[in-house]
Design a binder for this molecule. Structure first.
Ligand SMILES: [Zn+2]
Length: 687
């Protein structure tokens, strides 16, 4: 059952905070009920679905005008704000209905040129549909249950059985002017209906108040869920999205890098370039497991999508990998076959529409992997997660639909028109790709000053980030500070097997790895002559052997992907310039300094670059404020002067070290190199 989340107190609070203008108060209720719709991913997700409200506002001359506030592109309902519901003058929109036809470009231009705020985002492509309906509040959702219903072969019969004449039925037409006109026509013939179902697309409700329309969203969806449960022996679904994350890590860490490598090669070839990596997002749950055991996956995978705009995120066809397909060679062949089929489909469809389209990247965006789960594949972590969310919902839509009579969505022509619709393409082509978009970066010591600064620097450049740290609380807090898609891996890298497990977790979460930043370290103090062996050996475990173990684990993932990779080591000036009392730190660091060059030599022919940074005197867990004060006092200088005790007379911060790591990662023809980030120190300068 969908929960009715309406709460009068919350609604009143939104109204109260909106100020005194009645239009602002109405808009606040629109924001509130949009958010509670968006809070349920089974109703709407990733820009699918939209809401609107009609109000009156005065223009600069004091004349009252009717205004439609409708969801703008780039906003999701669960995080909607008033700014995400741009106001459009309603009267000019209504006159559009008299036109026989209207191109998408003219429609968008008409909508934009009637915005109250010329800098507002583009109103939804379904704006005219909202405008043509007379009700004050209009809600449009793509609920899982409605998608199962709307794609049944006998949908109209089933709808009549469930709703009688309470819902009007609109035949499938691609979103835009023609659909808006048709829906208005259907509504005018049935003006007393509570809502409409758009075949093979979704659901509309409306009402005089936000509450009235929202209540219908929930009530109608529950009626469909009840009906579907009766068709499938009472089987119900609770929430289709991210129902579980208990990933089979070991299997995923073996299969996903091979798949990721194959997709990266297809993507690279499409751009006439080297491999171009993607981020993956694997989902598993009891429902998915059961689905992947069906005997008809090959056929189902070609059926299509639950709602037309899903094709933008998932493509119209899913890649199926059976249990017997999971070797690297077979995975690569399956991905190549998928791309070849996609090219054939594109050529035929493009010829049909007059040869005006340019082919999109031909790789799969969703993989159904038997025994493992379903993987979303995208140009960054956000795109992968969106594809995975929709793929999860699609599993449920297909399962429910097949149990209730069949899943029969829009056919290949409609699918192509949607995938190559200029207005939908515009949704995706926002900013130019960032330098590390699609790449996965893992940082050890990720919760420390240098680790976190480095992770942030790579995140700013678009990378998917995994933080590895032994301190759970700090690691999780650091990951949360980077964003929802940042992975926290808790590991004590001095333990045997820990590096391998940590890298497997990264590969299972994002599909693989491109850049390892091996940064974890800790200074051990004391003169070598006085130190016991165990302490020195402990220092070697963390400051040398853990780096080697991480390198080995990363190299295995790089080899499975087949497109090289990078290792970046946080060495230390101690590696070349000993400090009194720091022998037990400098010795393993000197070995790690050598490791950079040795690994560069051994891994170069696999396209793996290995570089390092020698930093000195950075405020961090190793160099605390107390420690700085003590050292400064010992030298008879202020703490500030101590920290700026270098040629440049400027303190070196964690961010400067982070910038050096990113610069090395961008230097495509640099390997076996160590950069010094210490503000200048001739004694520590490298030859
Ligand atoms: Zn829609």
């Amino acid at each position: 059952m969908r929960q009715n989340r309406w709460n009068d107190k919350e609604a009143d609070a939104w109204v109260r905070d909106a100020g005194n203008h009645p239009a602002d108060q109405t808009l606040a209720l629109r924001v509130y009920s949009s958010r509670i719709i968006g809070a349920d991913p089974d109703l709407v997700m990733h820009g699918g679905g939209n809401t609107s409200v009609k109000t009156e506002r005065e223009d600069l001359f004091g004349n009252t005008q009717k205004v439609l506030h409708v969801k703008g592109s780039g906003w999701d309902l669960d995080t909607l704000e008033a700014a995400g519901l741009p106001g459009v003058r309603l009267e000019p929109l209504l006159t559009m209905r008299e036109l026989g036809a209207l191109s998408d470009e003219d429609m968008v231009n008409m909508q934009r040129s009637n915005l109250l705020d010329s800098s507002a985002p583009n109103p939804s492509v379904e704006t005219l549909l909202h405008a043509f309906l007379p009700h004050v509040f209009v809600d449009h959702t793509h609920a899982t249950a409605f998608l199962a219903l709307a794609n049944l072969p006998n949908a109209e019969e089933a709808i009549a059985e469930i709703f009688g004449d309470r819902l009007a039925v609109v035949p499938y037409i691609m979103p835009g002017f023609a659909l808006a006109k048709k829906a208005a026509e259907v509504f005018d013939a049935n003006p007393d209906v509570e809502g409409m179902i758009l075949l093979k697309h979704g659901h509309f409700t409306f009402g005089a108040t936000a509450r009235e329309s929202y209540d219908k969203v929930i009530a109608h969806t529950n009626m469909v869920e009840d009906w579907l449960a009766r068709q499938s022996d009472g089987r119900r679904f609770a929430c289709t999205v991210q129902s579980s994350r208990s990933t089979p890590v070991k299997a995923a860490a073996t299969v996903l890098p091979a798949l990721r490598g194959a997709v990266a090669r297809v993507r690279g070839a499409h751009h006439g370039a080297a491999a171009r990596p993607v981020v993956m997002d694997l989902r598993t749950s009891a429902e998915i497991e059961a689905f992947l055991k069906r005997g008809d996956l090959a056929e189902l995978s070609k059926r299509g999508v639950g709602s037309p705009d899903h094709v933008i995120r998932t493509k119209g066809r899913m890649l199926v990998l059976e249990a017997s397909d999971l070797s690297g060679d077979t995975i690569a062949r399956k991905v190549d076959d998928y791309a070849a089929d996609y090219r054939v489909m594109f050529e035929a469809q493009n010829a049909r529409v007059g040869g005006t389209k340019i082919m999109l990247e031909p790789h799969p965006c969703v993989a159904w992997i038997e025994g493992l789960g379903i993987a979303g594949i995208g140009k960054d972590a956000g795109a992968a997660s969106a594809a995975a969310d929709i793929a999860e919902q699609t599993v449920e839509v297909m399962s429910q639909g097949e149990a209730a009579g069949g899943f029969h969505p829009i056919g290949s022509n409609d699918l192509f028109d949607m995938e190559y619709w200029s207005l939908e393409q515009a949704k995706l082509a926002k900013a130019a790709a960032k330098a590390f978009a699609g790449q996965v970066v893992a940082v050890t010591g990720g919760a420390g000053a240098i680790g976190l600064a480095t992770a942030r620097a790579f995140a700013r450049e678009g990378a998917a980030i995994a933080l590895i740290d032994f301190n759970r609380e700090a690691c999780e807090a650091a990951a949360a500070s980077i964003g929802a898609n940042c992975l926290a891996v808790v590991a004590d890298l001095t333990q045997s097997g820990a590096a391998e497990t940590a890298i497997s977790e990264v590969a299972a979460r994002f599909g693989g790895l491109d850049v390892l930043v091996s940064n974890a370290g800790a200074a051990v103090q004391g003169n070598l002559m006085d130190l016991d062996d165990a302490t020195l050996r402990q220092s070697f475990e963390l400051n040398f052997f853990s780096h080697l173990a991480m390198a080995k684990a990363a190299a295995r993932v790089f080899a499975a992907q087949g497109h090289g990779g990078q290792m970046l080591f946080n060495v230390s000036k101690q590696a070349v310039n000993p400090g009194k009392g720091f022998g037990a730190y400098g010795l393993p660091k000197a070995a790690t300094f050598f490791l950079v060059r040795q690994l560069a030599l051994e891994l170069g022919n696999e396209g793996v670059r290995v570089n390092g940074v020698n930093a000195d005197r950075i405020r961090s867990g190793l160099l605390t404020d107390d420690f700085i004060a003590t050292r400064a006092r010992a030298r008879g200088v202020s703490a500030g002067d101590y920290m700026a005790g270098n040629l440049l007379k400027a303190e070196v911060e964690a961010g400067h070290v982070a910038d050096a790591f990113v610069a090395l990662a961008k230097s495509e023809r640099t390997t076996a190199h160590v950069i010094t980030v210490d503000g200048g120190n001739i004694e520590a300068a490298l030859r």
